[in-house]
Design a protein around this ligand. Sequence first.
Ligand code: ADP
Ligand code: ZN
Ligand code: ZN
Length: 708
Amino acid sequence: MTFWPNVVVATPAHSGVGASLSYRSELALAPGTLVRVPLGAREVLGVVWDNAQAPPEGLSAERTRSIAGVLEGLPALDEPWRQLVQFAARYYQRGLGEVALAALPPQLRDLSNVQLARRLKRRAQATALDPSDRQATATEPALSEEQHGALQALASADRPVLLFGATGSGKTEVYLQATQRALSGSDQAQVLVMVPEINLTPQLEARFRERFEPLYGTGAVVCLHSGTTPAQRLGAWLAAHTGQARIVLGTRMAVLASLPGLRLIVVDEEHDPSYKSQEGARYSARDLAIYRAKVQTEALAAQGGERCQVVLGSATPSLESWHAAGQGRYLRVDMPARIGGGALPRLRLVDMNHQPKGAVLAPPLVQAMAERIGRGEQCLVLLNRRGYAPVLACHDCGWKSACPHCSAYRVFHKLDRTLRCHHCGFTERVPRACPECGNLDIAPVGRGTEQVEEQLAGLLADVRRSDGAPARVARMDADSTRQKGSLQAQLATMHSGEVDVLVGTQMIAKGHDFRRITLVASVNADAALFASDYRAPERLFALLMQAGGRAGRDAAFVSSQGTASEMWVQTWHPQHPLFDSLRRHDYPAFAETELAERHRAGMPPFGHQALLRADARTQQAAQAYLSGAAEAAAALAQAQEVTLYPAVPLTIQRVANVERAQLLVEAASRVALQRFLAAWQPALLECRGLPEARGLIRFAVDVDPLAI
Ligand code: ADP
Ligand code: ZN
Ligand code: ZN
């Protein structure tokens, strides 16, 4: 007998190739089977999507090519996974094959069946745990009443749970015990735990391993993130797909992992922008997690099983999730109290209008830090800009360190005396004199983490720690943590107390459970107060709350010191209303104000948006493409319910000599937006051929964009 499977392969984005390709096979192949198929002169990896009754119309049986082979020993990708991929492709306007194949480890392509069999066997041996070695129970701390309540709610919830828990309220312990409960339900059960950036929080991975490896073996916890090597990624994927791994810990990419036994999805710090992909299919892993739990629950229900729960956790939820909880679509569970009964840090606003001119750090702040260091406490200083200064300038002729390839300035890095473009990477040594006029006196403008570190080291030079040693200042940002292992090493110096003051970008604000920090300072956050991006206040509020959340986490330590923890914010605009909510740690009040404003303006989550983005050799071509696409849209019936705005250049218009422009599409309903985008697709492909769009490099649709 002959079968006619439709197979999806990694067709390049917008290649115009249909959703799947037709092949013939002598074997019946279930949907989800992984296969190798000929494509042109190559052989590629594919996934059987469904089966046709006959060879496709217009193609004779003889001319339909045969499947080259099946990846043996691998179960088929299950239906909930296929539904997830199908949904993601449709919702984010990408090719089905593109999304499906991007979710698979690239190395899977290159394995012969023999190699594959060897790999699977090796994994099985590595994870097999002598049952006598297994511990019956893990040692779990007694839960606080709030944690207990959250766990109960999560067990019985009939919808996604939004865990609104203060920083230090013990959300991680709730995740751990919810995981434990989900896994103990069945030998096949699996749990997906997502975090924004796994490398930033090695503590979390350690806690999951510590808790679950004794119970389920060393292979029970695997990690999936962009930092894993291709071989590791393959190993982790196979373990998850075959059910050997019980817990997948990962970043946004993990949401697309194959997890046939999925029973629980945790999205930690669900507000974090890194859950939204910025390339390829620009999916939101948080939103896909909600969808995935739904289809998984439906599949489990068909087998008479329980639900697949999903929990989104944050001290500062995204306004989307907050709104969904307000409407009852999500179940909100609150954990307002910190473990140990500690207080959240008290806000101290420093009005920079009343500080000495040119001071990077206000004297009262430096004084407060010195006192804390003297008592054996630690401080964090947050500044969201790395390098020494964002611009180097000549005051004689007005020269500035512009990047020749981008519409941006190159950042002055003093440590290695370079000017570096943070957009395209273009790096040069700092010139001795102004390249324009020869003036020797070129000077940094503005400040970055390197400069704050330098200044603080000077200002605290005479301060002694409680053990008599001089105070130690360190810096942590993308530059200082580039080398493998250096981030862990730097975090360790903080945990051990070797370092007294840590200066850094937002990476120091996230998730860390530092025990002896009692003062956190944000030294230059004003730009976000008046940014044009309507999400900027939400981001700033979250960042400051998260940063503040690093202070006073050990209530016993704080009270034994006889102090209170503090969050200092240097600002030129102390009257700004955002600080009122921050002072009261009142996220709900902040959210209410922001949501009211969004409602008035028809902005998300009340309105729905998509961006059409174009990259081209010239700005003119990029905009001509977008305008052409907008014109074509006018002819569509589905365009009635959407608003198309004029094409505009991006804020940073040129990056690496590529000109960038975008066009905003708005709709009152998600459905209307989706309908329009689907109908628009053919025109987007066609407009690439417009003569005035010559020089277009690529276009992309970004559904639910985070920045416009
Ligand atoms: P969050 O993620 O909510 O900011 P964490 O999960 O990091 O908070 O918890 C804060 C601290 O409290 C951690 O040091 C953690 O080990 C501790 N902790 C959490 N739950 C308990 C508990 N039930 N009993 C004792 N300590 C706990
Ligand atoms: Zn000059
Ligand atoms: Zn550049």
